[in-house]
Design a protein around this ligand. Sequence first.
Ligand SMILES: NC(=O)c1ccc[n+]([C@@H]2O[C@H](COP(=O)([O-])OP(=O)(O)OC[C@H]3O[C@@H](n4cnc5c(N)ncnc54)[C@H](OP(=O)(O)O)[C@@H]3O)[C@@H](O)[C@H]2O)c1
Length: 246
Amino acid sequence: MRQLLPEPAEIDPFEAHAAAARPAPSDRPWMLLNMVTSTDGAIAVAGRSGSLGSDADHQVFRAIRAVGDVIIAAGGTVRAEGYGPPKPTEAVRAARIARGQAAFPRMAVVSGSLDLDETSPYFAEAPEPPLVYTTASAPPERVAALRKVADVQVAGTHQVDLVSVAAHLGTLGVRRAVVEGGGVLNGHLLAADLVDELNLTIAPLLVGGMARRAVSSPEEFPRHLDLAHLWESDGNLLARYVRRAS
Ligand SMILES: NC(=O)c1ccc[n+]([C@@H]2O[C@H](COP(=O)([O-])OP(=O)(O)OC[C@H]3O[C@@H](n4cnc5c(N)ncnc54)[C@H](OP(=O)(O)O)[C@@H]3O)[C@@H](O)[C@H]2O)c1
């Protein structure tokens, strides 16, 4: 992978992401978002992110997953993308253990409806029961079904309170939480000021249409970021931004 900034270099995404500074606050994890968009900002083509992907993006996706203690996705994304458990290579598992992490990151999903298939590989093949964050108004029969395969946590009444989620992850010892979208979940995180880092791949594609943006919310929450690095591969731009220190 070719690094353009901060200085030109050939880099290994796994090494670079493992070495990146991510100073988590004492009471919650460092929250890092990872998204791919088209040049015009679409996060999906025909309802899925697959057409935006590339070898470079897949490599960075795996390198970012490799540093996460937890991988969070929203109910919409778990359904749309047919999520399964992470499958780190033996080398990645060894590197995680050497860093004091579990061999596999734990999965976590944010869902109000709990319209999640408890028989799917996401739950059935998970090395550790996934965390499911929901609200007090979730359908009780869905809570009961998911409790058989997951650790269901109630955080909020009508909407999952992401500040409480981050605090709960902190109590579990989670220091790095990788957030894989989609746009609605990312919008809630931005509103709660919980975005510490954005990894954004811009694929060389124009899409048009009405697909969501990487961060979607009815209101605006402008926050300044600093560009930590910019990589290029095959016309894809892979940027890492971090929260600007105040
Ligand atoms: N390009 C990329 O990098 C990328 C990444 C991820 C996804 N995607 C694409 O993006 C699309 C999905 O994104 P999206 O923005 O439409 O939806 P989304 O953020 O994936 O999911 C929205 C859903 O998540 C749950 N949710 C999120 N925040 C919540 C909160 N605070 N409280 C309660 N529930 C909450 C709700 O689930 P329930 O409905 O279960 O209550 C809500 O309906 C798909 O097309 C997917 O393929 C692209």
